[in-house]
Design a protein around this ligand. Structure first.
Ligand SMILES: Cc1ncc(COP(=O)(O)O)c(C=O)c1O
Length: 193
C-alpha cells in the first residue's frame, strides 16, 4: 500500500491536514465501519461474542507479522500502563531507569514495584549500571516529538546486562521499526498507531 492509498482510507483527510494530537485522530474508514457494524449488532442483540474474540485474535496475528514476532509472544491488553504493569509485576524487584519527562503510563507502573531512577531523556545511557534490571523508554516523546536513539540504548543496556522495554505508542506505524533493537518487551497503545 502506498502512503497515498493509506491516506485515502481516512475520509477526514480529504479535506483536512491533521497536525494535532495522535491521541484523538480522525478515524480510518474500515475501522469506523467495523465499529459501526459492531455497535449495531450489539444494540440489536444479534452479536456473537466469539466474533469479538476472533477479531482480537486476527489483530494479534497481524500485529505479530507487522513487528516480525511470533504470535505466541504477543498479548492484547487494555493500555500502555497495563502492559508496563504486567512486565513490572513479572520482574524480580530491582532498579528501573525511565526518562524523567516520559509519559506517565511509562512511569507509575514501575514505581509501584521497583526502585525507579528518573534520568534526563538525553542521559539515559549514563544512568544505567550493573544493578539496573531494566530501561523503560518511549521511542518518541509526547512532550516535544523527539525521537530517542533506541539502537544506542539497546547497546547501552546490553553492556550492563539490563533488559529493554520500549514504548512505541507515538512511533509504530509512522516510523519504521528497526529489528536490530531486539527489545525484550515492545508495547504500543493501538488507538494511536
Ligand atoms: C508516549 C505515550 N505512551 C503511552 C500513551 C498512552 O498510554 P495509555 O495507553 O496507558 O493511556 C500515550 C498517549 O498519548 C503516549 O503519548
Amino acid at each position: 500500500m502506498t502512503p497515498e492509498e493509506f491516506r485515502d482510507l481516512f475520509p477526514a483527510l480529504r479535506s483536512t491536514v491533521w497536525l494535532d494530537t495522535p491521541g484523538s485522530p480522525p478515524g480510518a474508514g474500515p475501522v469506523v465501519d467495523a465499529l459501526r457494524d459492531t455497535m449495531s449488532a450489539w444494540s440489536s442483540g444479534e452479536f456473537d461474542w466469539r466474533m469479538w474474540d476472533s477479531a482480537a485474535e486476527d489483530a494479534r496475528q497481524l500485529f505479530a507479522r507487522f513487528i516480525g514476532a511470533e504470535p505466541g509472544t504477543v498479548s492484547a491488553v487494555g493500555s500502555l500502563a497495563e502492559a508496563a504493569a504486567t512486565v513490572a509485576g513479572s520482574l524480580p524487584r530491582g532498579r528501573v531507569v525511565v526518562a524523567e519527562d516520559d509519559f506517565r503510563s511509562n512511569l507509575f507502573p514501575w514505581l509501584a514495584r521497583h526502585d525507579v531512577v528518573a534520568a534526563p531523556g538525553d542521559r539515559l545511557a549514563d544512568a544505567l549500571d550493573e544493578d539496573t534490571a531494566l530501561l523503560a523508554v518511549s521511542e518518541v516523546t509526547t512532550k516535544d516529538g523527539r525521537r530517542r536513539d533506541l539502537r544506542a540504548l539497546r547497546a547501552a543496556t546490553d553492556a550492563v546486562g539490563a533488559r529493554l522495554f520500549v514504548n512505541l505508542t507515538q512511533s509504530l506505524g509512522a516510523l519504521r521499526f528497526d529489528p536490530l533493537i531486539r527489545p525484550d518487551y515492545l508495547a504500543s497503545t493501538p488507538r494511536r498507531t
